[in-house]
Design a protein around this ligand. Sequence first.
Ligand SMILES: NC(=O)c1ccc[n+]([C@@H]2O[C@H](COP(=O)([O-])OP(=O)(O)OC[C@H]3O[C@@H](n4cnc5c(N)ncnc54)[C@H](OP(=O)(O)O)[C@@H]3O)[C@@H](O)[C@H]2O)c1
Length: 335
Amino acid sequence: MDPVRPYLLTGAGGVIGQSLATALGPGRVVGVVRRGGNLPGPGIETTTGDVTAPGLGLDPPVRRALAERVGGVIHSAAVTSFTRPPDEIRRVNTDGTAHALRLAEEAGVPLHLVSTVYVRQRGGSAETGRSRAYRESKQAAEDLVRAARVPWSILRVTVVTGDSRTGATPRFQGIHAAMKSLVTGDAHLVPVAPGSYLDFLPRDHVAACVLALLERGATGEHWITAGERAMTIERFVDHCLRFAGRRGWTVPRPRLVDSEMVHRLILPAFGDSLAADLRKRLELFTDIVGPLTTDERLPGPAPGLPDPPDLGAALDAALDYWGARVRLVRQEVRT
Ligand SMILES: NC(=O)c1ccc[n+]([C@@H]2O[C@H](COP(=O)([O-])OP(=O)(O)OC[C@H]3O[C@@H](n4cnc5c(N)ncnc54)[C@H](OP(=O)(O)O)[C@@H]3O)[C@@H](O)[C@H]2O)c1
């Protein structure tokens, strides 16, 4: 792309969007933000829009001026919470992609879709109704992009934590919910098979990888994952328990149990006699951690992308940042 032409970046106030805006820097990006939503950071030009509306909800003169000006569209806006209604997830994630693509086509510039590793149905974890709506919405978005009339790329990003050094993030996500269950001792039985992987990357590293791909003019489909460096669930648990230890809490190590076993054997066998709260916890944990883990490593990142930072240190930073901002109540130790 012509270096003087900025990218139009949707979802610029998001966990990844903010990092992308920061990595691009003032003058190289125009962020689309929702009215009243998070902003990308100081010095970054923004415009207000809504990806569920045609033309991203931009006033037509503003849209036309942007179409003249920008050198590419990075589409990062999405609903990333699995708890939102499926219809909303589809409208934002799939219809929103159609609208971003149309704008790229109007401008005659490449469209880069920030997608997710969730598009690949995962082995080793029971998919829940909640994560299914998200996966399907992003798969449909990818289908739209593959049929684009402009050059395109699909960037499949792994689970994201906060900044590698500070752990900072504008929003806590599923991985933080998993941390909470482990740190507080809420998770006695974790419905994830031993040896599973929890592939994650800090958000600033994800942004650096996206930029590296854009700068080399990459088109087609790319993975941005830890790949070979992905942490096992056991190591993830270790970091969480050490964090609890730093707070002076002794939290028993939870048992890791294949989620199939939980759903096919444990829950049906105990039926109604399984305390309602234990059932709820197991189901919640499956909802939260199941989609984060895989029984095999994800496809690795494209050769030549920056090496990830130390993931253990990044996880500790994420735990510290999050732990300083939430109220944690240690659960009673039960046998
Ligand atoms: N976070 C992860 O772990 C992760 C992992 C893999 C892939 N991804 C993908 O990466 C992309 C960015 O995710 P993220 O982590 O930055 O998510 P995020 O923190 O939830 O941010 C999503 C952004 O989209 C915006 N948005 C939502 N609905 C919108 C609408 N109708 N119109 C305009 N903007 C809207 C949000 O605005 P508000 O600030 O107003 O809410 C927010 O800025 C997504 O496509 C996601 O699928 C994320």
